[in-house]
Ligand binder design. Structure first.
Ligand SMILES: Cc1ncc(COP(=O)(O)O)c(C=O)c1O
Length: 487
């Protein structure tokens, strides 16, 4: 009998992962309760003695109630589709409430939100697009920007934004929630808190969305909150959110074969955070501080996102920063973020995100005790000799998000439908000013730069070409960026 050929995936997981310092998701709480034998205990919904996930019964109901309590929500449901799936569920809930609903969205929303808006035919308007080129970072919306949006569109059913952002900036959700609830008797505040599952468990971190008064928040438990990949939580307060519609949207979306191992991991992670999260986060925050102090000392030409002077300037947009993230601007060095990420991998170090001019590192729970020292040494080796003459800054890219108007020329769904009949493919540079019939993004961060139904901006095209040339990963039909479909 022939032996099965070895799986390259199994091989890579068993052999390679442990060799790297991982400043990247998932951040796994090491001491969480674990399922003993993954393979012996894999079961399905047929094992009805467990209760049912979509009915919120049995062990699942128990886990949901604990998570809601721990995170300060009235209700919580578990996701095994990450925050991407949770965003679809929340948008579907809005569409079930009103099929022609209009929502106000910050430009920093993840593509799962844009895709959900498109899929459910929801109408949407973008809030303004504040951007900091030094960190290639969209800033969270300010209270005034949101109130102005609500003044122009009082019928808006929801305001949706990401906080904390990928780079680590937290919105002032407390002030935003108070202002929205005061200005509108129906609008809800939805926070994509994919990066904020840990916030509630350490007093020095920015307030979590639920603590700050938001109506809905969605979190990736695997990102910063200790659980296995794919795990997430959907939280809401019942005052403005119809729980029946949320549950219906959940039933429509969720797989009929959820992995109970993933659910167990999400549950165990929340329980671990609730019991000993402050200690685990203390360690992560201290190590992040050590990393930053050493980088400031040895590489003084780096820009650090938590520069207090800059943070004071953007106080209307950011109420705080995530203390387990390190975002560095590289404008005074000759290397791009992509160059550094690649060179670090050769030194067995993986970082979370690279851009043309930036890198972001996450101080994960699983980092070894020598990770800070070895990573600082590697960065000094790479960057030390590559300061630009006189420390001169590279020209910052212009805001690639800005020129997209707050409203589409036509709904993205219609733009895509018309693409086949009246659309044409043109060289990307010639697409500037035309209405796009497809979307293009750099991943990470996964925020579309070109979006169907909107006009293509010169700055977005310039940014995409620079990202491609420097080694960024383009997500599009034509990843070479030779052509774009326009109307
Ligand atoms: C803001 C934001 N929302 C949602 C997601 C998707 O989360 P998940 O990977 O858990 O599906 C991401 C992923 O990076 C994100 O950055």
């Amino acid at each position: 009998m022939a032996e099965p050929t070895p799986s390259p995936i199994v091989g890579a997981l068993n052999r390679d992962v442990g060799r790297y310092h991982r400043w990247s998701t998932p951040s796994i709480l090491q001491h969480q309760e674990r399922v003993v034998d993954f393979y012996a205990s894999d079961v399905s919904i047929s094992a009805g003695f467990f209760g049912t996930l979509v009915d919120h019964t049995g062990v699942f109901g128990e886990a949901e109630r604990f998570a809601a309590d721990a995170q300060g929500a009235d209700r919580t449901m578990f996701s095994v589709h990450g925050t991407s799936g949770s965003n679809w569920i929340v948008l579907r809930m809005l569409a079930l409430e009103r099929s022609d609903a209009l929502v106000l969205v910050a430009r920093n929303i993840h593509h799962s939100v844009t895709n959900g808006l498109k899929a459910f035919g929801l109408d949407f308007r973008f809030l303004p697009t504040p951007y900091e080129p030094r960190f290639e970072a969209l800033l969270p919306p300010s209270v005034d920007e949101i109130l102005e949006g609500l003044r122009r569109y009082p019928e808006a059913l929801a305001v949706i934004y990401t906080s904390p952002t990928y780079e680590g900036l937290a919105a002032n959700t407390k002030a935003i929630s108070e202002a929205v609830h005061e200005a509108s008797d129906h609008a809800i505040v939805v926070v994509d808190e994919a990066w904020g599952g840990h916030l509630r468990f350490h007093p020095d971190l920015p307030l979590s969305a639920m603590t700050a008064g938001a109506d809905v928040s969605v979190q990736s438990t695997h990102k910063l909150a200790g659980g296995l990949q794919q795990t997430g939580l959907i939280h809401w307060q019942e005052a403005r959110v119809d729980s029946e519609l949320m549950e219906e949207a959940y039933r429509e979306y969720v797989t009929t074969s959820p992995s109970y191992h993933l659910l167990a991991s999400a549950d165990a992670a929340v329980r671990t955070l609730a019991a000993e999260g402050a200690g685990a986060l203390d360690t992560a925050i201290r190590r992040t501080r050590e990393l930053k102090d050493e980088l400031r000392r040895l590489l003084p030409d780096l820009d650090l996102l938590d520069d207090p002077v800059w943070l004071a300037e953007i106080a209307d947009h950011a109420a705080g920063v995530d203390l387990v993230k390190t975002t560095l601007g590289l404008a005074r060095y000759e290397l791009s973020g992509y160059d550094i990420a690649e060179a670090l991998v050769e030194r067995q170090i993986v970082i979370e995100k690279a851009g043309v001019n930036t890198i972001t590192l996450i101080t994960t729970f699983q980092l070894a005790s020598n990770a800070v020292e070895e990573t600082v040494r590697a960065l000094v080796e790479l960057l030390g000799p590559r300061v630009r003459p006189g420390g001169a800054r590279r020209e910052p890219p212009r805001n690639p998000f800005r020129a997209i108007d707050d409203r589409p020329v036509m709904h993205p769904y219609a733009a895509r439908r018309h693409a086949k009949s009246i659309g044409r493919e043109v060289p990307l540079q010639e697409a500037v000013g035309s209405v796009a019939a497809e979307s293009v993004e750099v991943y990470p961060p996964g925020v579309p730069l070109i979006l169907e139904g909107f006009r293509v901006s010169e700055d977005a095209v310039a940014f995409l070409l620079a990202a491609r040339d420097e080694g960024g990963s383009i997500v599009a039909r034509d990843t070479s960026l030779a052509t774009l479909r326009v109307l």
